[in-house]
Design a binder for this molecule. Sequence first.
Ligand SMILES: Nc1ncnc2c1ncn2[C@@H]1O[C@H](COP(=O)(O)OP(=O)(O)OP(=O)(O)O)[C@@H](O)[C@H]1O
Ligand SMILES: [Mg+2]
Length: 163
Amino acid sequence: MSRKRSESLSPQKVWHTHSPEETEAVGAQLAEQLQPDTLILISGALGAGKTTLIRGLCRALGITEPIRSPTFTLVNEYTIRRPPALVGLPLFHLDLYRIETPEQLRTLGLDELLERGGITVIEWGEALPALGFDYMPRHLWRITIQLYPPDERREIELSGCTS
Ligand SMILES: Nc1ncnc2c1ncn2[C@@H]1O[C@H](COP(=O)(O)OP(=O)(O)OP(=O)(O)O)[C@@H](O)[C@H]1O
Ligand SMILES: [Mg+2]
């Protein structure tokens, strides 16, 4: 996915975590930087910790519902309860693992979700360009999680964060 508008690019950031709790804490830290109309694409192998990171982010936004991979439901919607700048906005959590064609992607109505100006977080989000998707929200974050089996160690990298 390429951005046509000229945007300022924040410095790349890397975290190393050693437990799910530490990965949730990174998610919570990321939540502090969020602005309305942000799309977050998360890539990482099966079990890397994508949902765990999103759980931490959601908790920091006051979302108390259980956070699970929306592998079968495809889209989960929550309402953000804090901070004041985001309160009331929707947070959509998607998982593209089973989406293989542009037609399947269209059934998710991603354009309409993004037009609501909230936060959209997509697991396996790196697949979007190959699925022909080119809608651009105001802010785009890319996060990559690397795992080091059999350890609990993870490397979380935030790159391409535009604002
Ligand atoms: N440092 C860590 N960070 C995140 N998860 C960890 C860590 N160490 C161990 N884990 C475990 O790894 C698993 C990560 O699962 P999670 O569902 O978050 O991954 P995922 O990337 O969303 O997987 P999937 O591709 O299946 O959706 C959990 O069981 C979690 O407890
Ligand atoms: Mg997941």
